[in-house]
Structure formats: structure tokens, C-alpha cells
Design a protein around this ligand. Structure first.
Ligand SMILES: Nc1ncnc2c1ncn2[C@@H]1O[C@H](COP(=O)(O)OP(=O)(O)OP(=O)(O)O)[C@@H](O)[C@H]1O
Length: 277
């Protein structure tokens, strides 16, 4: 599927890789201990009532090959839900997601084992991503070098800090070429130097004809990595456009609502107000 875009001097072609069409996601949450009416006996009895959280309310956009798309919005706005729906981990209540190939949510986390060493986890994570032992062996040195944890690579992962574990996870997951890669806050726990390296790698993936979604509260990461930004607010896509337009509009809205800035502050996160690391 190729969309033709008319330009004044030439006809440019862009290849859509993800189409999100009027996507709605509802979560049903049990409210424990709430009294619900028993219809047959007309008596009240203790039971479990459900409440619906309408996390996404009709989001639509098209992502194209070679784009690096930032996804921003304050806590609980629906960013992760959108990413999980794109990958297929969270079902749509209404609407649909179409993708030209299977999108990958960064994280071989589920495959990694805390009692194994970093080295053993590289093999395990590589196998989980479909590499053969020979292919893993060929990438091993580059993965270790990327983590910059040569001294710790034979120690059990349970001895790693959250930042070290995130480095290893990022290095393993991005050792493979991805057509559609989703990075959800993976950079938040890294230090400044690692974040810069990770951002370079995201750019490399994009240059190799990949499409990258980066969910982040760090406007500096978004600015240095993304050419387009989706701003999600209360489950709705409020703005979709060039980074240099969407980020200032988002920051301006937060200046008007300082309470949101406090809510978004969390460990390792930036609140989008500036270019902190
Ligand atoms: N598994 C779940 N069950 C019920 N409600 C959920 C679940 N996951 C998310 N929600 C709700 O859906 C809404 C959107 O959450 P989501 O995690 O997508 O937000 P987010 O923008 O990624 O937030 P953050 O920036 O804090 O990571 C929130 O109201 C949240 O409470």
C-alpha cells in the first residue's frame, strides 16, 4: 500500500506502515468490596462491581516508513495503552490497527532471567528474538560494548541496578533490525551518556528503513530523536505534527496547568518542561 503525495515539483511516495483507525480501548476494572444488587433476590450482597476506564477514545493516524514518532502526554493519558494496542497486546474495543509487519515493543524483558549472568541473558534474549547461536555469537561483543558493562557481564542480573538492567535490555533488543519498533520509556532509567547512545541507535534503526515510536516524558529525547509527535490527552489525540510545533504547544498547555507537571514527575523522568537530560 503506497500513498501518493503530490508535491509541487515531484511526486513523492511514502509507505504507510501503521494505520490506526478510530481506536477505542476500554479497560474493565473490578471495584472490590462494592455492594451490587442481586437481581434474583432483590437483596444486596457483597460482590465485585466493574467500572469501565475509557483509555483511548477514537485515536486515528497513519505512520510511515522511516518516521521517528514521539508520543507525549501526561501520566495516564493513554500513551502505553496506544502502544500496547499497536503491538496487539491490548485489544481494541472499537476501531482497528493495521500494520505492514509485526511491531516490536522494546523489551526482551520477559525472556531475561535475573539469576543468570548478563552474558547468559544475551544468549537467552537473542534466542527469544529468533537468532541462532552463531548469530548471537557474532553480535555478542557489540552488545556488551554497547552496554559498557564489560566488568559486570558475568555477574547475575539480580545484582544489576535498574539502569544497568535497562541498558542490557535495550542493547539486546536493538541488536536486531526492526521494521516497526516501539520504545516505551526505556531511556528514562539510563544516565545521560547512555541516553545519547540509545538515541543514536534509534536514529540508526530509522535510517535502516525502520519506523520508531518513542514514548517519553523527556522533551530533550523527543526533540533529538523524533521528527513527528503525537500528543495524547485523556485518551484523545489532541495534536499530530512536526516536533517543533507539537512540543512547544504541549509545554505551553502544561504551563497553564502546573498541577499536571507535578503529577508527571517521577523517578528518572523529565516533565517535559525543558531540555534536561
Ligand atoms: N491494565 C489496566 N487496567 C485498568 N486500567 C488501566 C490499565 N492500564 C492502564 N489503565 C488506565 O488507562 C489509562 C491510560 O493509562 P496508560 O498507562 O495508557 O497511560 P500513560 O499515558 O502511558 O501513562 P504514564 O505516562 O504514566 O506511563 C489510565 O487511566 C490508567 O489508569
Amino acid at each position: 500500500m503506497v500513498e501518493q503525495i503530490n508535491a509541487p515539483s515531484a511526486v513523492k511516495t511514502r509507505t504507510p506502515v501503521v494505520v490506526v483507525d478510530d481506536l477505542h480501548v476500554d479497560y474493565r476494572v473490578y471495584v472490590t468490596g462494592k455492594r451490587v444488587r442481586n437481581a434474583s433476590s432483590k437483596l444486596f450482597k457483597r460482590g465485585r462491581a466493574t467500572q469501565t476506564v475509557h483509555a483511548l477514545k477514537g485515536v486515528s493516524f497513519t505512520a510511515y516508513q522511516n518516521e521517528s514518532i514521539g508520543v507525549i502526554g501526561h501520566n495516564g493519558s493513554g500513551k502505553s495503552t496506544l502502544m500496547r494496542a499497536i503491538v496487539g497486546l491490548t485489544p481494541a474495543s472499537k476501531g482497528a490497527v493495521y500494520a505492514s509487519s509485526r511491531p516490536n515493543l522494546l523489551g526482551v524483558g520477559a525472556a531475561l532471567i535475573r539469576d543468570l549472568s548478563g552474558e547468559q541473558n544475551i544468549i537467552l534474549g537473542g534466542l527469544a528474538m529468533g537468532f541462532t547461536i552463531d548469530e548471537i555469537e557474532a553480535r555478542r561483543d557489540e552488545i556488551v560494548e554497547f552496554t559498557d558493562m564489560q566488568k559486570f557481564i558475568n555477574m547475575p542480573m539480580r545484582t544489576y541496578s535498574s539502569g544497568m538492567a535497562a541498558r542490557l535490555k535495550f542493547a539486546i533488543a536493538t541488536s536486531r533490525a526492526h521494521e516497526i519498533l516501539i520504545v516505551d520509556e526505556a531511556l528514562a532509567v539510563g544516565d545521560k551518556e547512555f541516553r545519547a547512545k540509545s538515541e543514536d541507535r534509534i536514529r540508526e534503526i530509522r535510517e535502516a528503513a525502520g519506523t520508531v515510536f518513542l514514548v517519553s516524558h523527556s522533551m530533550s529525547s523527543i526533540r533529538s530523536t523524533c521528527d513527528r509527535v503525537l500528543w495524547i490527552n485523556e485518551g484523545e489525540l489532541v495534536m499530530d505534527g512536526p516536533t517543533e510545533e507539537v512540543v512547544p504547544a504541549y509545554q505551553e498547555s502544561r504551563r497553564d496547568h502546573p498541577g499536571k507537571r507535578e503529577r508527571d514527575r517521577g523517578p528518572g523522568r523529565n516533565d517535559g518542561d525543558g531540555d534536561q537530560t
